[in-house]
Structures are given as structure tokens and as C-alpha cells.
Design a binder for this molecule. Structure first.
Ligand code: BGP
Length: 488
């Protein structure tokens, strides 16, 4: 008998995929849904300078988007019309053998402006039907409460999470869905990529940045993050009471950071850059602010307003598991100055790595590294809730789509997950990003495709919406059927 090099993935490992309401559902104004921040984000045509940027629209741009006078298109308003195609799509996920599907609830479908006192029943009904369809196929819903889709009403009225009153709005929304779905959902996630607020204060925090003076922006972002921490902790507590069988996790955009050289200054720069992200999990998992961030606040002359009860709330509302997305790694170099708002990490090129066509470095070993960093630090179950390759797929004359590049990318990452499990990491699941093509978060385009399933639609929203299986569809089906053993 050959000796198995790697322990197999644990039984009940949650293989599947991850999508988000704002990038798939469409039906942006149907059945009582209000606008979300994403409904005013236009499709950005790629420019020569890196395609990884997020829109932070000003008040004028938002007004034009609402009035329809900008001449732009807003693809997140139509998504891939999952709202009307979910049954067919779930059928395809079931055919691949999915154990889990990560989705998000569009907050503005439940509370259209965000601050109403009672929910929109039609919005709640949609998710009832969606969860029932998943459960009927034996697919576990993993549900994010806020995935870059805060109601636009909260952004306009309160400047989003900058205002403490939004905590109550969020907790009311969370309690509503906990009560409604407590027999259907066992895995909840509070905020998608909570550290994304450093990159996209509008999308991730509902903050309209031109309302602020330049020197107020960074302080406002950390203030908003504090409100999210408090809201998240209250939500964790509410979940434990209202859904005693469920687990609730936090989530970050995970990035492994390497020093540019072994020069001690570069190593410290890497540590500091890594802490920009780990700060968010430190607070949510440990339940208190780490000392290093207090120094950062002092040195930047920032005062974060807190209330006396916040410390207890944070302590009592710690996340049950740590979820993260992983796409790439970063290289840090000393004396480059502070990273500006709009950037989550440095953009120093790593000469040892290849990049995707969108300039995202491809680093499977970085995933093993990050899994170890997170597990050593927290000793909590880890869940990779996004990973994948955005690429422009080509349909062959015979109608097939041979996305070997996607298979290679995912295979290499799964191999490193096995290594991490052998290192001792407690990894509970893997949901690849965009198992069906969807609208890009950063650029709102359709041509950056992640799916195992192709969707016939272009960047302007033209197409039949027909779904087609790509080569990777059959490959992933075998991966799941063999519990991660068959990767060829
Ligand atoms: C993460 C987001 C997702 C997703 C993914 C890929 O940051 O949580 O919503 O879209 O990145 O990014 P993009 O769509 O820009 O390629």
C-alpha cells in the first residue's frame, strides 16, 4: 500500500462555490427592493494603469446614476438575473456535487432604505424559496449578511457606517433574518471582506468620500470599521441566541505579505502591511483592539469615538470561525510611505510569480502560508470562502469552453490546502469564487469570468443569459466526488 502523503480532506468538508446578491441577482428594483450602493456603480472600462480599483463615487455621480443621465451602464442592476434563474443554477451546482453555496442577502431587499422598522415580506420570501431550493438538493447555504451591498439610503442619509446609528439598522436586519431562517441556515458570515473598507469606503462602508475633507477620510474609515465591529459583535450574540445550531464567522480579504528583501526594514514593512488586514480579524476573533493599532491611531492623530459598553460587546461577540477570500499575495518594501486609501496592499511586483490577465499575482503557496498564519494566530476553524481566477474565456467553434488555465489555478491552490491541512490547520470548507460567471466587484464588468458555468452576456448586458458547462465544470465535479483526491 502506498503511504498517503497528505491526509485527505475531512469528511463533511464544505466544497462549493460563492456568489453575492449584488453581482448575480439583478431585479434591482423588483418586489420592493431599494437601491444598494452597488446599483450606482458603473461598468469601468479598463485603463492602462492596473485594473484593480474600486469606484468611490461622489454625490454628483450618485445623483446622475439615480437620474439615469450619466450615459453609463450599471451591470450590478441586472447581474446574471439569478433572481429569476436560481432554480436552474442550483440544479447545475447540484450536478457538480456542491455541499455548500455561499450567497449573500441583499440588505436592501429586506429593508429597502435600510432604516425602516419593519421588513419587506416579498424580499424575505425570495430567500425562503432560495434556501428551500438549496436544501432540497442537500446544499448547505452559507450566508453573508453584508456583501458590498449596503442600502444606498443609509449611505445618503447617514454617510453609511460613519454614523453610529447604522449599528441599530444592521442589528435589526440581522435579527430579522436570523428569526426567519433559523431552521434553514447553519453558517452565517457578518461582513464580506470587512478590511475592504480601506480600498472601497463606498462599496464596503457606504461612505461618500467627497463629503469629507481629505484629512478626515482615514479617521472616518476606522470610525466606520469600529461601528461595524460593534454591530458584528452584537450580531454574533444575537445569532447564538436566535440560531443556537448555527455558527457565525467574520471575513477578511486575505493577503499573504512578503518582505521585498531580508533587510530588517523590509521585514518590518511586511509585518505592518500584514497587520493592516489582521487588525480586522484580531478585533473580531479576540474581542479587543490590539496594542499595535493604538500606536497607529496615536501616530496618525486619530481619535476613534467609542462608548463605554463597546469593550464588553466586542468581548462577548467573538466570531466562531474565520472566513477569508484569497486571490494573491503582496510584497512590502520599507520607505514607500503609507498606503493610501484605495489600496489594501502594496503593488510591488513579485518577480517570482506570474499574474492573471487582470494583474493579480498567482501564488498558491501563499494560500498555505496564510492558512498557517491565521490558524497559528487564532486556533479557530478556517473557511476559504473565495478563491479563483478571473479570465476572459473563449467559446470554441464547437461550443466548448476549455478553461484549462482555471483548472490549473484551482488545482494548485487545492494542493496547497492539503499541505496546510497536513500542517495541522483546521480547514472546514472551500467555496470557489463565482462558480457561475457574474459581474466583477471591482470593475463591474462581465468579461472577467470565474465560473465553471458560462453565462452568455456581455459588459453592456446583451446576451441570451444561456448557461453552459465549461471544461472546469466536469473537473470540479470529480474533485468534489473524490473529496479532493482526484485533481487531474
Ligand atoms: C472579492 C469580493 C467578491 C469578488 C472577488 C473578485 O473582493 O468579495 O465580491 O468579486 O473579490 O473580484 P473581482 O470581481 O473584482 O474580480
Amino acid at each position: 500500500m502506498p503511504i498517503r502523503k497528505h491526509k485527505p480532506f475531512p469528511n463533511h468538508f464544505l466544497w462549493g462555490g460563492a456568489i453575492a446578491a449584488n453581482q448575480t441577482e439583478g431585479a434591482f428594483n423588483q418586489d420592493g427592493k431599494g437601491l444598494s450602493v452597488d446599483d450606482v456603480i458603473p461598468y469601468i472600462k479598463p485603463d492602462q494603469h492596473g485594473k484593480m480599483k474600486m469606484s468611490n463615487p461622489d454625490l454628483k455621480t450618485i445623483k446622475e446614476a439615480k437620474a439615469g443621465t450619466s450615459g453609463n451602464v450599471y451591470p450590478k442592476r441586472w447581474g446574471i438575473d439569478f433572481y429569476h434563474h436560481y432554480e436552474e443554477d442550483i440544479q447545475l451546482f447540484a450536478e457538480m456535487g456542491f455541499k455548500a453555496l455561499r450567497i449573500s442577502i441583499a440588505w436592501s431587499r429586506i429593508f429597502p432604505m435600510g432604516d425602516e422598522l419593519s421588513p419587506n415580506e416579498k424580499g424575505l420570501l425570495f430567500y425562503d424559496r432560495l434556501f428551500d431550493a438549496l436544501l432540497a438538493q442537500g446544499i448547505e447555504p452559507v450566508v453573508t449578511l453584508s456583501h458590498y451591498e449596503i442600502p444606498l439610503g443609509l449611505a445618503e442619509k447617514y454617510n453609511g457606517w460613519a454614523d453610529r446609528r447604522v449599528i441599530d439598522c444592521f442589528v435589526r436586519y440581522a435579527k430579522t433574518v436570523f428569526k426567519r431562517y433559523n431552521t434553514k441556515v447553519k453558517y452565517w458570515i457578518t461582513f464580506n471582506e470587512i478590511n475592504g473598507i480601506l480600498m472601497g469606503p463606498f462599496i464596503a462602508g457606504g461612505i461618500i468620500t467627497d463629503r469629507l475633507k481629505e484629512d478626515q477620510l482615514i479617521q472616518t474609515i476606522y470610525q466606520a470599521a469600529h461601528h461595524q465591529f460593534v454591530a458584528g459583535a452584537l450580531t454574533v450574540k444575537a445569532c447564538h441566541t436566535l440560531c443556537p445550531d448555527a455558527k457565525i464567522g467574520c471575513m477578511i480579504a486575505g493577503v499573504s505579505v512578503y518582505p521585498r528583501s531580508c533587510k530588517p526594514e523590509d521585514v518590518l514593512a511586511a509585518m505592518n502591511e500584514e497587520r493592516r488586514t489582521l487588525f480586522f480579524t484580531d478585533v473580531q476573533v479576540r474581542g479587543y483592539y490590539p496594542a499595535y493599532v493604538r500606536r497607529f491611531f496615536t501616530e496618525h492623530n486619530m481619535q476613534i469615538e467609542t462608548q463605554r459598553e463597546d469593550a464588553t460587546i466586542l468581548k462577548e461577540g467573538r466570531a466562531d470561525f474565520v472566513a477569508f477570500s484569497y486571490y494573491m499575495s503582496s510584497v512590502a518594501e520599507a520607505n514607500k510611505g503609507e498606503l493610501p486609501v484605495g489600496r489594501l496592499f502594496s503593488e510591488v511586483k513579485n518577480p517570482y510569480l506570474k499574474s492573471s490577465d487582470w494583474g493579480w499575482s498567482i501564488d498558491p503557496q501563499g494560500l498555505r502560508y496564510l492558512l498557517n498564519i491565521l490558524y497559528d494566530r487564532y486556533q479557530k476553524p478556517l473557511f476559504i470562502v473565495e478563491n479563483g481566477l478571473g479570465a476572459a474565456d473563449k467559446i470554441e467553434p464547437d461550443g466548448s469552453i476549455c478553461d484549462d488555465y482555471r483548472i490549473d489555478y484551482l488545482r494548485a491552490h487545492i494542493e496547497q490546502m492539503k499541505e496546510a491541512i497536513e500542517d495541522g490547520v483546521n480547514l472546514i470548507g472551500y467555496t470557489t469564487w463565482g462558480p457561475i460567471d457574474l459581474i466583477s466587484a471591482t470593475t463591474s464588468e462581465m468579461s472577467k469570468r470565474y465560473g465553471f458555468i458560462y453565462v452568455d452576456q456581455d459588459n453592456e448586458g446583451h446576451g441570451t443569459l444561456e448557461r453552459k458547462r465549461k471544461k472546469s465544470f466536469y473537473w470540479y465535479r470529480n474533485v468534489i466526488a473524490s473529496n479532493g483526491e482526484q485533481l487531474d
